[in-house]
Write a protein that binds this ligand. Structure first.
Ligand code: ADP
Ligand code: MG
Length: 335
């Protein structure tokens, strides 16, 4: 568990992080989301003390491996230094947008590097590099240099290197922002696999909403160094949180007349049967302005914007409320 308490970070006059309180649970894939310059990377980098705090602390707790009842490892990051900090950083790995590989060295060497730094024996290193390459799917490219790899393959190498010392937490800073959509999906699937099979907690910084929806179980929305909202990803999207709305720019253009209502259909709810039934039972006409199906992890969620005549508005609202569907009345610009 990673617990941020009153975390504050300043760069001279600029308050990059202001009083952040947040808990990230073990085994979670947690997203730090917000516009450029919000403080996402700064917050991520406080976890492994790449940034010093001006106030507050981050405490990382972990139940001990041997299951001894009495003890829980409890590490205060702010006070870490020297050997303790080095040991802690072994458990908190990181990957970046631009991969940060050694360009003159081949894939094998790049993955082996952390193991060599820890002075593991050659045969141990070799066995481990082969295992890691297998996990990330890069076994056939061990002799290639980074410039002989695609972007997705480079990120696979960076992930393998990050896993070398068996971390418990993986920090990802815009790890897919330099990749095309299909490669992004493959890397996200790899991160999901690592999270699930190796039980590694993943904290992920991104400005890409498709990344958030695909992989993050919970997110924190950060803006101007402040924490605006924390919650389950689909809840924030379904409730159409106002903090999230400023980040999502796919809002529909609304008709000037009548009232536009956005309906959210959670999970496998059949939205079309609801609206045809409603039209029939209320004996009204309406138009469909906009609709969308989106993947949230393994779930499919839909949203639909309908436009109804002013005279039907009250009846429609009470019908929807009765169905216990999340909805929102949208303001068109003319209103
Ligand atoms: N080393 C630094 N020195 C001074 N200002 C910085 C430094 N790093 C980041 N900042 C500033 O802190 C704010 C937050 O930056 P950052 O965490 O990188 O944002 P994000 O990752 O959300 O885009 C920005 O205004 C940025 O210019
Ligand atoms: Mg950043």
């Amino acid at each position: 568990m990673i617990t941020f308490t009153n975390v504050t970070k300043k760069y001279n006059d600029l308050t990059a992080l202001s009083n952040i309180n947040l808990t990230i649970n073990d085994g979670e894939i947690f997203g730090l989301v917000g516009p450029s310059g919000a403080g996402k990377s700064t917050l991520l980098r406080t976890i492994n003390k790449l940034e010093e705090l001006d106030d507050g602390d981050i405490v990382v707790t972990k139940k001990k491996q041997d299951n001894s009842l009495s003890d829980i490892d409890k590490i205060s990051v702010r006070n870490l230094k020297g050997k303790d900090l080095r040991m802690f950083r072994k458990k908190v790995a990181m990957i970046f947008q631009h991969f940060a590989l050694l360009q003159t060295k081949n894939v094998y060497y790049n993955i082996a590097l952390p193991l060599k730094c820890m002075h593991y024996k050659k045969d141990v290193v070799e066995k481990r590099v082969n295992e890691l390459a297998e996990i990330v799917g890069i076994s056939d490219k061990l002799n290639n240099k980074p410039n002989q790899l695609s972007g997705g393959e480079r990120q696979r190498v960076a992930i393998a290197r990050a896993l070398a010392l068996e971390p418990e937490i993986l920090l990802c800073d815009e790890a897919t922002s330099a990749l095309d959509p299909q490669t992004t999906k493959q890397i996200l699937n790899l991160l999901k696999k690592i999270n699930k099979e190796l039980g590694i907690t993943i904290v992920l910084v991104t400005h890409q909403m498709e990344v958030v929806k695909e992989i993050c179980q919970r997110i924190a929305i950060i803006q101007k160094g402040k924490l605006l909202e924390v919650g389950k990803t689909e809840d924030l999207f379904l409730s159409s949180s106002s903090a999230l709305k400023t980040l999502v720019d796919d809002q529909p253009i609304l008709p000037k007349d009548g009232k536009s209502i956005k309906l959210y259909f959670p999970r496998q709810y059949t939205g079309d049967s609801l609206i045809t039934r409603m039209a029939r039972e209320l004996n009204i006409d309406f138009s469909i302005v906009w609709g969308k199906l989106e993947n949230f992890g393994d779930d499919v969620l839909g949203s639909l914007v309908i436009n109804v005549k002013d005279k039907d508005f009250i009846a429609v609202l009470s019908y929807i409320k009765n169905e216990k569907i999340s909805f929102e009345v949208l303001e068109s610009e003319g209103n």
